[in-house]
Write a protein that binds this ligand. Sequence first.
Ligand SMILES: NC(=O)c1ccc[n+]([C@@H]2O[C@H](COP(=O)([O-])OP(=O)(O)OC[C@H]3O[C@@H](n4cnc5c(N)ncnc54)[C@H](O)[C@@H]3O)[C@@H](O)[C@H]2O)c1
Ligand SMILES: [Zn+2]
Length: 239
Amino acid sequence: MQIPAELRERFARARRVLVLTGAGVSAESGVPTFRGGGNSAVWRGMPFDVISSAEMVERDLPAVWEWFDYRRNLLAELNPNPAHYEIARWQERFAEFTLVTQNVDGLHQKAGSRKMIELHGNIWRARCTACDTAYSMVQERRPDACFECGDLLRPDVVLFGEMLPPGAFELAAACASQCELCFVVGTSALVYPAAALPEIAKAAGAYVVEVNPERTPLSSLCDEVLTGKAGEVLPLFQR
Ligand SMILES: NC(=O)c1ccc[n+]([C@@H]2O[C@H](COP(=O)([O-])OP(=O)(O)OC[C@H]3O[C@@H](n4cnc5c(N)ncnc54)[C@H](O)[C@@H]3O)[C@@H](O)[C@H]2O)c1
Ligand SMILES: [Zn+2]
């Protein structure tokens, strides 16, 4: 595959770029995508959307932690792939660069991306159920309780039945409405409101590019569809 000349030109002169990523950007790192089996997982007889729900945090927080500790342990072994590294390079390359991710796996950070809008939180953070203080679990082990108020901690991840973090979508939407070039990488574009971001960008005049081995409901809206794996397609922009 080659990057089409028009896109290459736009990429070379763009100042404001937004990238939206989904589970597909981590597929080549070994993280199962949602549709690729990630959502059919069962933990102790409970389907994914039951154990990862707001209701379960109320009912059985230790079970939720067991499930998230287990997932963090699996993720600890995995590494970023060339797509994560390429996206990390783009933060230096453009005057204004916004990374918006639906992923919770922390692989963008591991690849060197410093600033991003995490629409669904991060599996490497815990947060106090009472005062919202956040705790990183990248280097540290998980605290038993909040150091500020002593209350219970929960995963800092958006669970089924929960709202997005306050302000996260609004900020992403504002960036989308100002970007010139918008990349949609590895998302099935079925989960709203994330899927609205490329629509906002397009409506505001941005050139929208999809990177995905399969067509999605967004493909027809895009100015360019790069059919392929993120880890193979994105590094082509270096050349
Ligand atoms: N890594 C993670 O953190 C992770 C993993 C699974 C699910 N989730 C959550 O599940 C929800 C599902 O939505 P979604 O759209 O992110 O994922 P999704 O599973 O619905 O869609 C994944 C998309 O990635 C594409 N894809 C597969 N391999 C690819 C590759 N190598 N390169 C590029 N694209 C590839 C698929 O064709 C599909 O369109 C999200 O809300 C997300 O928070 C996160
Ligand atoms: Zn607290």
